[in-house]
Design a binder for this molecule. Sequence first.
Ligand code: GLC
Length: 555
Amino acid sequence: MPPGADEQPERPWWEGAVVYQIYPLSFCLADPDGRRARLERAAEPFADRLVEGAGDLEGIRRHLDHVASLGADAIWLSPFYPSPMADLGYDVSDYCDVSPLFGDLDGFDRLVAEAHGLGLKVLVDWVPNHTSDRHPWFLDARRSAASAHRDFYIWRDRDDSEPARPPNNWRRAFGEGPAWTFDDATGQWYLHLFLPGQPDLNWANAAVAEAMEEVLDFWLDHEVDGFRIDVAHALGKPDGLPDAPAGSATIPYSSQIDDRSTHEILRRLRRHTDRAARPPLLLGEVFLLETAKVAPYYGEGDELQLAFNFTPMYSRFSASSFRRRLTEIGEHLGSRGAVPTWVLSSHDASRHRSRYGGSMRRARAAAVLSLAMRGTVFLYAGEELGLEDAVVEGEAVLDPGGRDGCRAPIPWSPAPEHGWSLRGAAPFLPFPPEADRLDVETESSDPASMLALYRELTALRRRSPALRLGDLVLEEAGDDEVLAFSRSEGAERCLVLVNFAGSPRQVSLGHGLEVAACSGGDSGRSSPGGLFPGELGPEEAVICSWPPPGPGLRG
Ligand code: GLC
């Protein structure tokens, strides 16, 4: 039955939600003995530092209360599948199991059940563009050009040139080099948009789609609520694999590929998951750094329900760049009724506090900005503590993509081991700076901490339909360095003001409105519950309720 005129269509759970990203290697190690026992039975060895000091699923389970108390609606787990760890888990050698490094399937089921008990949805990472070169499909494909899984991957003959020239000019991500490796045994090149150990699957082969749909079904049977689809935009390859344009030939092709055939693949996947008893969320990583290019991945409501829009993550800390981002979001996503995503930090980029010059004040303002945003907000574990990247140099470097700094372990307590079961062994990466102050235990008991601010902001977002679900309209604050926008839903309205300048600013909006949240802490111009004085402190952000009990917007 169509909804009546006064009935609101039901909003999906993810609209306005806060999703907390956990990178399992760096969250917490809780069961080193279990790991040791599992690894004794495992066929493949892991680097000692991963064995001794990487996080595990049990560490995540034990800290779900932290995530719940942060006010998140869901967790997204980066890969925990069997993997040789060439790309730290994004090179999967078995899609339907848990790596012995992290735990086992029973432990995963316990984790999901407990998360659900706390009201947290669970999203898992699904890596459909490529497998590990140790996945049984690739091992079989490599056995001979006639093997059953040969067409699961993308192979090309070599030409007569000497030395041999790759089939096209595509560059791979992570390090220098072509996106092709020559396989001596079978005499053909195979495609890998990432490392040679991550061969691309051939989604033009229906057998690949069928096999990968079985993977989705497997995890749906394990009660997950959605999938974060790794490099979703790269699944379809252009016909004939033509060269990248000369001007962009040095840029990894994985961040340029944007072929029409991907949309048909996504529609197929969506039809498949929509038939599930509890249709999951399909959230795609669309690593194309233009909102206009991200928007088509929502299709006509029949492709991804959410697509990452990374432009804010690569923006300077300035009012003009964020104003531009919000304008683009309105233009390209708002116009098609798509729910935007908002993300400032992840396991793939320097943490935003580090990008903003290490400034805690800026990171606090960014927290207000993020949690006042329209759409689905993604927090990356550790940003609620105000962490910066760790310094990872020399022997300590692990990631071929140079992303170790943002993947440093989370400090749970101020003591030197920071709540990791390390028994004297070093964690797999060094802790981030100030780990003895910016830890969960210390910040939990400090009402002025970053953690306290995040908790206040998520609680406010939960209470306020305007912040969670409302429209977003850019406002004019009378100062170019102040970003202003309003959010409204029904009768409720909020005004959000962010001063990007390093000096106090008078604004022409919001005088006398009630302040609902403020980034400034003790030294701020405003405090929650008080009236907004019409002035923002340096790099300070506030959320006001609007209209206030007293004067109006321009009062
Ligand atoms: C995505 C992941 C990244 C990974 C890459 C290859 O961009 O977020 O961590 O290295 O895909 O799978």
